[in-house]
Write a protein that binds this ligand. Structure first.
Ligand code: FES
Length: 503
């Protein structure tokens, strides 16, 4: 008996070890199509309308404004559609977590508007796909929200959605393919698609400039300072995931970033819907062609968490496949506001010609479309009933989440830099990164598989918080506002506009 136990442990160890190697050898690549190559525009000269940020929100805003006859330039620091948009799980969904039940206790109207702001956007996706005959694997699905442990919250969420007029249906004794549930409901008329194929299919009547980073904006003169030059614009829209201008706006105090992971496993069964687990793991499931995409395990950027998120996601999804292989794995971070509503509108009180789009939470596809409609209406002087809902200058944001966020920022900005590093480079294993003493100073060091050292400053180039290594994504992440850097210190995501210094 004793021998059998030892043997079974050895066998389990062998499979787990080999599986982990297989998963870890995958490159960080999402399942979505490749973005079309575009002709690069001309950075010289003043512009009429400039959209900064070539993700889905910026792209759709540029598209809509150009369709209304405006002269638009979209400017992107790297490649258009190469950032967070290429790392989504692409649920076009009005659900996310327990939001409506919470929101309705404060305002029925806001809750209702927030739902329809997104639901109407799903219809707009369908309209555009039909109008431009875009092949983008768009499928209308029901979205299942389910739980094992949070029955009362789920009932509250269901009742709130029903009260505001959403098309929801409670499911008695749910028997869902994706996992165990004690309670569930479905929200009808949601969708899934390939976001890059969709955006590739839209006609582009606007100028695109890639490889130019906007470093700052003078709000008085509407001058943009870029990595190449400086120029003026009549209107500017900041759609850079996290807004990069700190003052005015103060967005660094009004949001945080959440990091989440996703895998695609092939040979999958048709799970017939989009699924969101309401429990801690925040798991999501959907099909894409013959694969299943499993997302989740989100955590605040730069916070400690359980490692091997990709392995754990594969474990959650493999039973939905016929011995499927993990073909893709990727991760991204999303901007979360403290009242769960996005910021779409004037960047600050100081300028009516500079706009912001951000704060889409964890499932942002519907909000991206809705925001592009709102900004385009504002610029074209068309009344839009959701302007107040998303007003970045709205009141009521100094809630408990705001203070928690402030404490976290203070800890990482003031306290952590004072803590001396107790480890040295010898303590770092291959494939790991740590903040250690190196060359006599505190340094963020990554040791690659060949034991080569890659050393950068441990203090974030944005405002100076101490970085933390993310072993799954192999990036240095900032716990304050979620800037991310690769092991060489190159920028992966805003708000920073500066690289990390190499040591
Ligand atoms: Fe703000 Fe790092 S992102 S300090």
């Amino acid at each position: 008996m004793y021998l059998l136990i030892i043997l079974s442990k050895k066998i389990k160890c062998y499979f787990v070890h080999n599986f982990k190697l297989a998963a870890n050898n995958k490159t960080m690549k999402s399942i979505w199509a490749k973005a079309k190559e575009r002709k690069n525009g001309n950075i010289e000269g003043d512009k009429d309308i400039v959209v900064i940020g070539g993700g889905i929100a910026g792209f759709l805003t540029a598209f809509r404004l150009s369709q209304s006859g405006k002269q638009v330039t979209l400017i992107e620091a790297n490649k258009v559609l190469g950032g967070v948009t290429s790392k989504t799980t692409a649920h076009i969904d009005c659900m996310e977590s327990f939001i409506y039940g919470k929101m309705i206790t404060k305002s029925f109207e806001t809750t209702k508007d927030f739902y329809f702001f997104q639901q109407e956007a799903i219809q707009e996706y369908e309209n555009l796909i039909n109008e431009y005959k875009i092949e983008c694997d768009f499928v209308k699905v029901d979205s299942y929200f389910y739980t094992q442990h949070k029955q009362q919250e789920l009932i509250d969420e269901f009742n709130s959605l029903k009260d505001i007029g959403a098309d929801v249906e409670f499911i008695e004794n749910p028997n869902l393919p994706v996992g165990e549930a004690t309670m569930a409901f479905k929200l009808k008329n949601q969708a899934i698609f390939d976001p890059i194929k969709f955006l590739n299919g839209l006609s582009v009547n606007f100028e695109i400039i890639e490889g130019v980073r906007v470093l700052d904006i003078d709000f008085k003169t509407k001058t943009l300072y870029t990595s190449k030059n400086e120029f003026r614009a009549n209107k500017i829209i900041v759609a850079t995931n996290f807004p990069f201008v700190n003052f005015p706006g103060w967005y660094f105090l009004r949001m945080y970033k959440s990091h989440s992971y996703a895998v695609a496993i092939d040979k999958a069964q048709d799970i017939k819907g989009s699924y969101l687990n309401a429990d801690e793991s925040g798991l999501t499931f959907r099909n894409h062609i013959d694969s299943v995409i499993v997302g989740g395990y989100d955590h605040r950027s730069g916070r400690p968490y359980k490692y091997q998120s990709f392995d754990r996601l594969y474990e959650k999804g493999k039973h939905l496949t016929d011995d499927g292989t993990l073909t893709h794995q990727w991760s991204a971070n999303d901007c979360v506001t403290f009242d769960d509503l996005p910021y779409v509108g004037y960047y600050s009180k100081r300028s009516k010609d500079i706009y912001v789009i951000t704060g889409f939470g964890k499932l942002g596809m519907a909000k991206a479309m809705a925001s592009s409609i709102l900004i385009s209406d504002m610029i074209n002087d068309i009344p839009n009933k959701y302007k107040k809902l998303c007003d970045p200058l709205r009141k009521g944001q100094c809630n408990w989440s705001f203070f928690k966020n402030l404490l976290c920022t203070l800890k990482n900005l003031v306290l952590m830099p004072l803590v001396p590093p107790f480890r040295c480079v010898k303590n770092i294993k291959a494939g790991q990164g740590k903040v250690v003493f190196y060359k006599g100073v505190k340094t963020a060091v990554y040791k690659d598989e060949d034991e080569k050292i890659h050393a950068i400053s441990p203090y974030c180039a944005h405002l100076g918080c101490q970085l933390k290594f993310n072993p799954d994504a192999r990036t240095w992440d900032c716990p304050c506002h979620g800037s991310r850097f690769d092991i060489h210190g190159n920028i992966i995501t805003a708000p920073t506009t500066k690289k990390q210094e190499r040591v």
